[in-house]
Design a protein around this ligand. Structure first.
Ligand SMILES: Nc1ncnc2c1ncn2[C@@H]1O[C@H](COP(=O)(O)OP(=O)(O)OP(=O)(O)O)[C@@H](O)[C@H]1O
Ligand SMILES: [Mg+2]
Length: 308
């Protein structure tokens, strides 16, 4: 991952979008620095795609501004030439080859540079399949072709809206590796939306959480996730004995009982000895689930199944 430079590649100020009564995006202040892989995390309906559409000037904000490379896009659209974007699912002419699809998009940018088409096919690992019709492509290949399309102008900033959506774990890994490579080898700043905390954690250096159109937190992944004290939920029998044992362990901060589970905060290094001490004292531990508080919070807003 590149070190973040000082340059602010993307900045939004009080960016908002209203649809009738619904405030889809509410006063967003985002800051993406040069060299970032910026994770834009939020559950379904949080406002990720709406924000990305405003950044790419596909829709007009109700309020607020977007600056790309220090220029307000309301007054000057030139910086958009340095931005590649893929919003939601890519659309293709399915009966045409991948290469032909890329030629059509290239023509929209002004010229068809065959060399660049070969390059982007190679970057996303589709060189061998470039002449196949898109209808013969797997979902993962279509996602990669979508990224290839966004790469055509050799952008300094690449914006990807849930590029791993619907992919299997292997396909997700391929896209993550591609993102890392684009950042490290091609020097691209990447703005990546996702509804999976785990995915953002693996690939991003900075992140924010969006919930119901509002920014909840923004910062480096390290400061938000790495050094956190861990909240642990413990299911154990007999419960009273487990509770008093936990209270007697000076490295444990026992916080009480919630929905039948005992809760406490413990440093990551002390998890194993806590569990061990309970078992050694003859307590039956049937559940011991450590979670960082941001993870806990995110799971609470997305629903258990989504975030895992
Ligand atoms: N064109 C539109 N007209 C009316 N409401 C819209 C429109 N586009 C989005 N919305 C609403 O704005 C909110 C945010 O939607 P958005 O698509 O930006 O969320 P998202 O974070 O991308 O969600 P997902 O993870 O499902 O893609 C939702 O409540 C949605 O119903
Ligand atoms: Mg979306």
């Amino acid at each position: 991952m590149l070190e973040s430079g000082n340059g602010c590649v993307l900045q939004t100020r009080t960016l908002s979008k209203r649809y009738g009564k619904r405030l889809a995006v509410n006063k967003l202040d985002l800051e993406v620095a040069e060299g970032d892989i910026y994770g834009f995390l939020g559950p379904n309906g949080a406002g990720k795609s709406t924000t990305i559409r405003m950044i790419l000037t596909l829709i007009r904000p109700t309020e607020g501004s977007v600056q790309l490379f220090g220029t307000d896009v309301r007054s000057d659209r030139a910086p958009l030439a340095r931005v590649g974007g893929l919003v939601e699912k890519p659309d293709f002419y399915n009966y045409l080859s991948a290469r032909k699809n890329l030629e059509i998009v290239s023509a929209l940018y002004g010229s068809v540079d065959k060399k660049r088409i070969d390059e982007v096919l190679a970057i996303v690992g589709l060189s061998d399949r470039g002449d196949d019709r898109v209808k013969a492509y797997s979902h993962g290949m279509k996602q990669r072709l979508g990224i290839a399309q966004a790469l055509l102008p050799d952008p300094a900033l690449l914006i990807l809206d849930e590029p791993t959506n619907g992919l299997d774990p292997h396909g997700m890994k391929e896209v993550r590796e591609l993102i890392r490579r684009l950042n490290a080898e091609h020097g691209m700043t990447i703005f990546l939306s996702s509804h999976l905390l785990n995915e953002i954690e693996q690939v991003a250096n900075r992140m924010c959480i969006l919930h119901k159109g509002e920014l909840v937190v923004q910062g480096t992944v390290k400061e938000l996730l790495d050094k956190e004290a861990v909240t642990v939920r413990i299911t154990a029998e007999p419960k009273e004995q487990a509770a008093s044992l936990l209270q007697s362990m000076d490295w444990v901060n026992y916080t009480g009982e919630e929905n039948g589970e005992l809760t406490c905060t413990i440093a990551e290094n002390d998890l194993a000895r806590t569990n061990g001490a309970l078992i050694e004292a003859g307590v039956q531990v049937s559940g011991f689930s450590p979670r960082r508080s941001l993870e806990d919070y995110f799971i609470s807003i997305t629903g258990e199944a989504e975030a895992l």
